[in-house]
Design a protein around this ligand. Structure first.
Ligand code: GLU
Length: 284
């Protein structure tokens, strides 16, 4: 029988809150109750928002919660060359294009686009002369994955067959075998100007590399699955089973946010909340 391998993969851009605790407990319990493996992965590729004290805070909070995980913890910032190799592979196959546009230019284009956002997040390659000039000026660029070229590379049949198994529930109750719609995200950025990689590449690479069989995470990442399934197909990586779980909300019905210091586990702990009480509150 295959062993369930799952992970909790927070980004250390703030302290963990109850929503993270629910996610970590859901994944940890799935491994614990089936004799599976639970991995902790620190997704710290964003050099501007990730901080070492938040990384330390993740470990502190999860230990407090009573969780354990395998060593070593994978930190994405230590594996940037792995992601660069993936980007190079996609580029050599002609699936990427350079995008020098600023966020503002992209947003303006969305505002002006005749068919709305979906069209504008596919800005397309710059004309060759413009690209050469921008490169010569030393301007920073992101790499985008061309949906058109990806579809061509896979072929129509494989494109139509892109799918994943949802054992949890998407935000609209989606479950079972779900056909992937990678087109809705546009030509996603696979390497950011500042980080040399981007979330979708790092996460799919690591899930494959770490042999993750079940991705257990919040419904806020359900839509991301559609593009991640495409990357898995392009790279020949297996598609894990997905279990998206409900998002925990506060008394006001709103999702917890990292920027709200009053809901962090660190703060609640300082107010005397016990891990047992929190586990019980979250249904564990
Ligand atoms: N690092 C992502 C986040 O904190 C989660 C990635 C994932 O579970 O796929 O939102």
């Amino acid at each position: 029988m295959t062993v369930l391998i799952t992970r909790f993969a927070p980004s250390p851009t703030g302290r963990l809150h109850k929503g993270h605790a629910f996610s970590a407990l859901t994944a940890w319990s799935a491994a614990d109750t089936t004799g599976g493996r639970f991995l902790l992965r620190i997704e710290d590729i964003d050099p501007t928002r990730c901080r070492p004290e938040f990384d330390a805070g993740v470990l502190e909070d999860l230990v407090w919660l009573g969780l354990d995980w395998e060593s070593p913890v994978r930190r994405q910032s230590e594996h940037l060359s792995d992601y660069a190799t993936v980007i190079d592979t996609l580029d050599r196959r002609g699936l990427l294009y350079r995008c020098f546009r600023t966020r503002k230019e992209i947003l303006d284009a969305i505002g002006n686009a005749p068919h709305g956002a979906a069209e504008a997040v596919r800005p397309g390659p710059h004309p060759p002369e413009e690209e050469a000039a921008l490169l010569a000026e030393g301007r920073a660029f992101a790499w985008r994955l061309s949906l058109d070229r990806a579809r061509e590379a896979l072929g129509d049949r494989a494109w139509q067959a892109l799918a994943f198994v949802e054992e949890g529930e998407g935000p609209d109750g989606e479950r079972g075998l779900i056909r992937a719609r990678p087109g809705t995200a546009g030509d996603v950025v696979v390497a950011r100007k500042d980080a040399g990689t981007a979330y979708h590449v790092a996460v799919t690479h690591d899930d494959a590399r770490q042999g993750v069989t079940h991705v257990i995470r919040g419904q806020d990442l359900f839509e991301a699955t559609h593009i991640q399934v495409l990357l898995q197909a392009l790279m020949g990586w297996p598609t894990p089973v997905y279990r998206h779980h409900r998002l925990v909300t506060g008394p006001d019905g709103r999702r917890y946010a990292k920027r709200d210091g009053s809901v962090t586990l660190a703060h609640l702990r300082s107010q005397g909340l016990s891990p047992a009480a929190l586990r019980a509150e979250l249904g564990f």
